[in-house]
Design a protein around this ligand. Sequence first.
Ligand SMILES: [Zn+2]
Ligand SMILES: [Zn+2]
Length: 390
Amino acid sequence: MSKKGELTAVEKQLFEVIEKNDTLLLKTLLPQIQNVNILDENSMTPLQHAAYKGNREMVQMLIDQGSDVNLCEHQHNYTALHFAGLSGNIEVCIALLLAGAKSNVTNTVGRTASQMAAFVGHHSCVAIINNYVPKEEVDYYLKNKPLLPKFLAESFHKFIMQVNIHPVKVALNLQNFLGLSDHLQEIKAILEHMRDKEMKKGTEMNEVMAFKFHYLSCISNEIIKLRERQKDAKKDNENEDEKKLDVTELFTRKLLKPSKENTLDFLDGLLREYIREFPFRECTLFRQMLTSLTGKDAPSALSVITAAINGQRGFIDTVTICNTCGEEKPGKKCSKCKVVQYCDRNCQRLHWHWHKKACARLGQNVGEPEKISPDANELSAEIQNLLVKN
Ligand SMILES: [Zn+2]
Ligand SMILES: [Zn+2]
């Protein structure tokens, strides 16, 4: 319950302390406050002020003290999460989301917290808010069908909240997150169920989340299909090359295959298919995505999906990405051409099949290549050779 009306001296002091960003003083003051769900003259709560300051410690203290994260009497209907999005502090956003903050509440100009964050350019907050799934949503499947094996709950939760939705990264996560790759059928079934459940939530429905579940289920299904095909290939003694690769590698190789114009046509075609397969064809998001994809100069399906899930980035997008998995600000460069960038050696290895031809050409204009602290054990034979030649 919120308390309106005249504030006591100590309650007034609470607002002052937060305004001054004085975390230590807040700590000593809080035990003296009976009810932290109080409002100042602008109908803002202490928690909303702390969120706007972007002070995670203060926010956590106020939550622990019983702050209602969804209490909203602000005249423009800003929630604590709106203020957190404006502050640009990811940790504050996470603290509020973990405490049950609703992300679909709109302010008086019809914007959600993530849209306000996007408006002021805090894109990592947008990504965090848009990709957040409450743990209860996963726990539901520990008791209800389709059933999720208990030991998968944590990796599955992490999987559905992944921010980088490049299909290579999704496939790598399916392979690397504990237990997922052995339970792809269950994961696919749960994702489809979550998608349908999300769309039936009425006013609480989150189309973006529903689409993301759908998208992840499509990729899981792709790996399932490839695995089956590989089994058949083993029987038939065909496709010598494909048999040597594990499914993730095989999938990655297909995705990264460049066409003549150096575009990733297979990847684009596949993602367009995933969009078209979204079963809720009346929803706004689906229509927007289809519209974006029509026309001669349409952006890639990957950028349309990324914009739908993680928000539009505008024109200031100068962030470098890994050539293999799309991860932002990768730490490594190809040692030879020094042009293409990768997260790590595994990403470099996965791309090498296609990059090896382009590498020499790209590197012609640079001087002696530098090594990137090679650890030969992790490299495929071809990259090892390359490093030796250097
Ligand atoms: Zn990468
Ligand atoms: Zn190279």
